[in-house]
Design a protein around this ligand. Structure first.
Ligand SMILES: O=C[C@H](O)[C@@H](O)CC(=O)C(=O)O
Ligand SMILES: [Zn+2]
Length: 276
């Protein structure tokens, strides 16, 4: 499993484009018939994907974990961005359509990913964090993820936030996970920006129209950098970093966090005109 170590805010402030991308961009996801992961040392969050096109894929174990099995001391959030599928966690089968979420808690020994239609395979985005407590496996449909509309067309940031794994949804030890869908004509996410030094965050951009990109902003609020991101790419956001983006057209993204607390609203906002 590829490892990504920490970088200090000072180090990041002088990084070249290639250095920023090498440390923070994850562009290896959503390959057909593959499961793959990148291990970030920010809060030891692991990001990955599984695309079972021509047959089921099971969650492997990795030597980097020094565990009996992947979820011996971890939990896993799963969101499907592709065709209809099934996730089997030990003896339980969950039918999971596009933008539904399944959670596999600490202690889940076998997790298998399936597609119902090889011509339109399920595409599973995976996010895992260390866990201290066993929470039951469960499914949340997109419709039950309490959609909240925020932003406005006037500021090009009208969007809908769906929360799946959080204090008032699927319970977990550490993971907080959901997704945001930008309305047609809206391009800005997470503006005003914020930080939450208590938690790292991972953003995964999807449903980006071919030929379009998202300029993702990161760094300390007065020392920002950008990465140009394509469809199905993820970016690691250190706890001290903002995470905002502006697309050349509308798009969606999955956000996920782990760290000191699970309070979604625990953010330190940055006034727009104080960004540098
Ligand atoms: O800490 C929370 C996250 O950054 C996101 O949920 C923000 C987001 O989806 C948005 O404003 O569009
Ligand atoms: Zn955030």
């Amino acid at each position: 499993m590829e490892q990504r170590y920490h970088n200090s805010a000072k180090e990041v402030s002088t990084m070249t484009t290639a250095e920023l991308r090498g440390n923070f961009l994850v562009d290896s996801l959503m390959k057909a018939d593959e499961i793959s992961f990148v291990y970030s040392h920010y809060d030891r969050v692991i990001v990955g994907s599984a695309v079972p096109a021509n047959g089921p894929i099971s969650l492997p174990n990795y030597p980097e974990l020094r565990a009996e099995y992947f979820l011996e001391r971890r939990e896993l959030g799963i969101i499907n961005i592709g065709g209809p599928g099934e996730v089997v966690i030990d003896a339980q089968t969950f039918a999971i359509n596009k933008l539904d979420c399944v959670f596999a808690g600490k202690g889940s020994k076998e997790v298998t990913f399936k597609s119902l239609d090889a011509t339109n395979p399920a595409k599973y985005y995976l996010l895992s964090a260390p866990a201290h407590k066993e929470y039951p496996a469960s499914l949340m449909k997109k419709e039950d993820a309490t959609p909240v509309s925020i932003g406005s067309a006037e500021t090009s940031n009208a969007r809908t936030i769906y929360k799946y794994i959080h204090l008032d949804g699927i319970r977990s030890s550490q993971l907080v996970m959901g997704l945001t869908v930008l309305s047609t004509g809206s391009v800005w996410n997470t503006m005003p920006s914020h930080t939450h030094d208590r938690r790292m965050e991972m953003y995964f951009y999807f449903d980006v129209t071919p030929g379009q990109v998202v300029l993702h902003l990161m760094g300390e609020p007065q020392q920002t950098k950008h990465l140009v991101m394509k469809n199905n790419e993820a970016v690691i956001s250190p706890p001290w970093s903002i995470h905002s983006g502006c697309g050349t057209a509308n798009y969606s993204f999955i956000w996920g966090m782990a760290g000191e607390n699970q309070v979604y609203s625990d953010m330190d906002p940055v006034a727009i005109d104080e960004l540098k």
